[in-house]
Design a protein around this ligand. Structure first.
Ligand code: BTN
Length: 234
């Protein structure tokens, strides 16, 4: 399914996939760069991208309505979490944090950025293999520092294998098995969470993942459904 194009340095692998998509590139085209000069994260943040980590984006031509595309976030998070767990010692606690962060021992080890342009979905993934950016403003983790064994290319191949498996499963079976796999890897029900939603902070406890992927939070004023936000434990 995937066809990898390798670059030494590029602005952003998501941007290169966008350009290739405009030229008609196929479903499954993957751009992998050793380094990015303009790596982007969620919420318009910079994703520092020196050589030593994995930066890749996949072009997906999915024939799905927009509300179902939101599910891809969880497919990707589970694929990254399973890949990371496979590279680390068994004792490492690999956890997914809504909507699609992957943490190990509380440190963020990967980031996922999904963009949709003209009917094409771009799935961008950054995975900390050797280096943890110190400027991120939150705790980070790397495969190497956690005692894992991986080269960047090895991690890429395992991740693409897992993505192919889970995307196929999702397209065949729908969201329920992905939702369950995500729930199996997230914090326990009742965990206290703070969620930044725009200018507001909502506090409560984790209740569930809704059937469409929204976060369900138990708050003092009742259950809240959160569709976009940034979660921190607390
Ligand atoms: C996040 O904010 O957590 C998402 C980070 C996504 C980073 C990856 S690295 C490969 C791809 N290219 C980019 O510019 N961003 C994504």
């Amino acid at each position: 399914m995937f066809n990898v194009l390798h670059y030494d340095t590029i602005d952003s692998t998501n941007d290169e996939v966008r350009r290739l998509a405009a030229e008609g590139a196929d479903h499954g085209t993957v751009v992998h760069a050793d380094a990015q000069t303009a790596g982007r994260g969620r919420l318009a943040r910079t994703w520092h991208s020196p050589a030593g980590n994995l930066y890749m984006s996949a072009l997906l031509r999915l024939d799905l309505p927009p509300q179902r595309l939101a599910e891809l976030s969880f497919v990707a998070a589970v694929a990254v979490a399973e890949t990371v767990a496979g590279l680390l010692p068994k004792s490492a606690a690999v956890v997914v944090k809504w909507p699609n962060d992957v943490l190990v021992d509380g440190g963020k080890i990967a980031g996922i950025l999904i963009e949709t342009v003209a009917g094409v979905t771009i799935l961008g993934i950054g995975l900390n293999v050797l280096l943890a950016p110190t400027t991120a403003g939150y705790k980070t983790a790397t495969i190497a520092a956690l005692g894992g064994i991986a080269t960047v290319d090895g991690a890429r191949d395992l991740l693409l294998h897992e993505l192919e498996r889970l995307i196929t499963h999702w397209l065949d079976q729908g969201f329920p098995p992905i939702r369950q796999a995500w729930l199996d890897r997230t914090y326990p029900v009742g965990t206290r969470l703070r969620v930044n939603v725009g200018t507001d902070v909502v506090e409560g406890t984790f209740a569930d993942l809704d059937l469409d992927g929204a976060l369900l939070l138990e708050t003092d004023s009742g259950r809240r459904r959160i569709v976009v936000g940034d979660v921190s434990a607390g």
